[in-house]
Design a protein around this ligand. Sequence first.
Ligand code: HEC
Ligand code: HEC
Length: 427
Amino acid sequence: MRLRLRTRPWLLMSVLALAACDDDDNDTPLEAEPTDSSIRPDAGPPPDAGPPPDAEAAPDAGPTDEPCAPGDGQCVFRNDTFGDEQLWTDVLGLHDLVEGVTPAMALELGLKVDARAVPAVVLATADLEDPATTVALLGLDAIVGLRATVEGGQVTRIGVTCALCHSTVVDGIAHGIGKVHDGFPNRDLDPGRIIALTPGFPAYAESLGVDPQVAREALEGWGPGFYDARFNQDRISAPVLIPPAWGLRDVPLETYTGDGPVTYWNNYVAVTQMGGNGSFRDTRIGLDIRQTPDRVTPKLPALRDYQFTLEPPRPRPGTFDARAADRGQRLFAGKAGCAGCHAGPSFTDAPQLHAPEKTGMDPLHAERSATGAYRATPLRGVRHHPPYFHDGSAPTLEAVVEHYDGVLGLGLTDAEQDDVVEYLRSL
Ligand code: HEC
Ligand code: HEC
């Protein structure tokens, strides 16, 4: 396995030292607290996408190994695989792969360890260069977004949850080991590389009609923080950045291309990407998947409601220049013309969508979607997740503003561009 190790021997020492002092509240560069409990109902289904046909039939066929009550959205987000072991174990063989992966390698691949799930006694004996430690961590449900069954020291079943991509940890203990924060995109995670490493990947690629070697190179090229949620549908490899799953309560259409409301997309991902046992239908993209029992549909309302409680981190005084941000705000609404599209409490005019050329975007990703256009991305907390634009083409907020200045011919001076950046940093 060609995995470069970045983890240093001091890691385990730090783990031991910090495990002793369980610093719960001392880890908040990110401060994501749920606030308003009034939940807006979903904006309704996208055009032509009716409810999955099996929604009614699900309850009586209910399986016995559900980890969460269907009404517990946080549990579903963190722990529910929806039966996607049928992809990750039966097809890809991730259970075989993880048995040879050391914790150090797992961290290198961007996987995160939930420090709270690991008793100090386990950390005390943990060897981060021993794959057996990975198995032990999996047995404790301590690897964020992976849920495994461990029997006699062997991983027999494994699946993934939403938290794999949409949660991260604050590095309280060591890089990649700490307290879990839901809603933050895991921009260290390298999903393409993980999938390409699985023993079942060549056969899986062939089943998609893609040459395994070509597919491997494509997925290895995605890089940390990127994933392509359409690759297994249209065989095109053009990944996008994993977005935050917070701050969506006031955003009527989700994804970079505004394909549908939260529940539409949650359903799409759970069934077509995670490989969960559920149903999904959207005639716009020619999909009508029916599986029984439907382990996805009954959980969608609670999953949505939980996401709506996830707030972006609030701007903290002192982390931006307030006077420059004030000047930037006036430019944002005036000369720079940003507020025409980034409007309202979340800074998006969705459900309005925009043709790619209106903002100088590469059209490919829009063309692959059901809408053919891009949604003005919500901007609260934007400073926390560089790079920017769906394809990561702007490394910094400075580059974003420079992009608009050129494409829209805004004629902003350098000082004005700096002020707009400062305003973005204050959102
Ligand atoms: C393998 C990584 C991965 C997993 C697992 C995953 N997502 Fe995502 N998620 C993405 C990517 C990438 C996008 C962007 C897709 C796009 O716009 O084309 C996305 C987009 C979203 C969005 C839209 C955000 C916005 O700004 O509009 C929501 C909401 C979301 N995911 C929720 C979920 C939920 C809930 C689950 C579990 C059922 C889940 N995701 C599982 C990678 C993932
Ligand atoms: C014509 C509508 C429109 C205008 C005007 C506009 N935007 Fe955008 N903005 C968008 C769209 C659409 C996207 C999504 C593009 C993508 O992801 O490829 C976007 C994305 C962004 C992003 C990236 C967010 C992320 O998380 O990736 C930032 C930051 C941003 N805009 C800031 C601005 C600023 C600052 C201005 C004014 C200088 C501005 N926008 C003007 C429509 C607009």
